[in-house]
Design a protein around this ligand. Structure first.
Ligand code: CIR
Length: 254
């Protein structure tokens, strides 16, 4: 059983940070509806969903994944690379205190949770505009006592490491080879996204089941052909704010 921490879509989402996608108007009501479908899917997949306090004036506050890295032994509160996102972390730290000991990334380190991918005891961290070498060093110092190895990974063409690659089974990754070098994950089974669906690599794996945006049917078929069970949700309105599925929750294993 896991707890999924989520936060409602803020009215300010129209002013979300954008790096690799062009700004388009966002229908806040539709984004909210999609977010509710996402919450329902998490519940159907066995999570207990808990709401973080709303942050109506913080444009990216629905993307809670970036504010913390939650492991079984510790949760590390990040210092997001985008300055506008730094006020998001205080309420997340308060909520996570109930479940884990906390570590903190401090200035001049920056780290976004979207750059952090754990596969067993290995933690891959994207070196991106959001996560710098000092943030990665501090994360390593926080988690090394628990036996984790932290490895920096080059990423290009997308926002975060987990835009380019996510885990879809115990030792299987789904990746976009245009954005991250597949050889980094040579120890895993690898599945590539359909070339026409570059944003499909951001999938959320929960207890052996994968949640994927409905917009990526060809990648869905690739996953199913490898025996992976997939549930889809509509997430195109949230995608206009450059958010995917992993970024809308912080999963705390109990
Ligand atoms: C940002 O640029 O920070 C937000 N607009 C999107 C964050 C998406 N987060 C994620 O993929 N982990």
């Amino acid at each position: 059983m896991s707890i999924a921490l989520v936060r409602t879509v803020p009215p300010a989402i129209a002013r979300a940070e954008l790096t690799h996608v062009a700004r388009q108007p966002i229908d806040v009501a539709r984004a909210g509806q999609q977010h509710r479908q996402y919450r329902d899917a998490l519940e159907r997949l066995g999570c207990t969903v808990r709401e973080l306090p709303p942050e109506p004036d913080l444009p990216d506050s629905v993307f809670v994944e970036d504010t913390a890295v939650v492991l079984d032994e510790v949760a590390v509160i990040t210092r997001p690379g985008a300055e506008s996102r730094r006020p998001e972390t205080a309420s997340v730290a308060e909520a996570l205190r109930a479940y884990r000991e906390l570590g903190f990334i401090e200035a001049p380190g920056t780290l976004d949770g979207g750059d952090v991918l754990r596969i067993g005891p290995r933690i891959f961290v994207g070196e991106t505009a959001r996560s710098n070498a000092e943030g990665i060093r501090q994360l390593r110092a926080c988690v090394a006592p628990y036996g984790y190895e932290v490895e920096a990974v080059a990423v290009s063409g997308c926002l975060h490491l987990k835009s380019a690659v996510t885990r879809v089974a115990a030792s299987t990754v789904l990746l976009n080879p245009g954005w991250v070098d597949p050889e980094v994950f040579a120890a895993c089974e690898r599945i590539e996204v359909d070339p026409g669906e570059p944003f499909a690599a951001n999938a959320l794996c929960l207890d052996g089941h994968v949640l994927l945006p409905a917009a990526f049917p060809r990648t869905r078929r690739r996953l199913e052909a490898r025996g992976i069970e997939v549930t889809t949700v509509d997430a195109d309105e949230l995608a206009k704010a450059e958010g995917g599925l992993t970024c809308c929750s912080l999963v705390v294993a109990e």
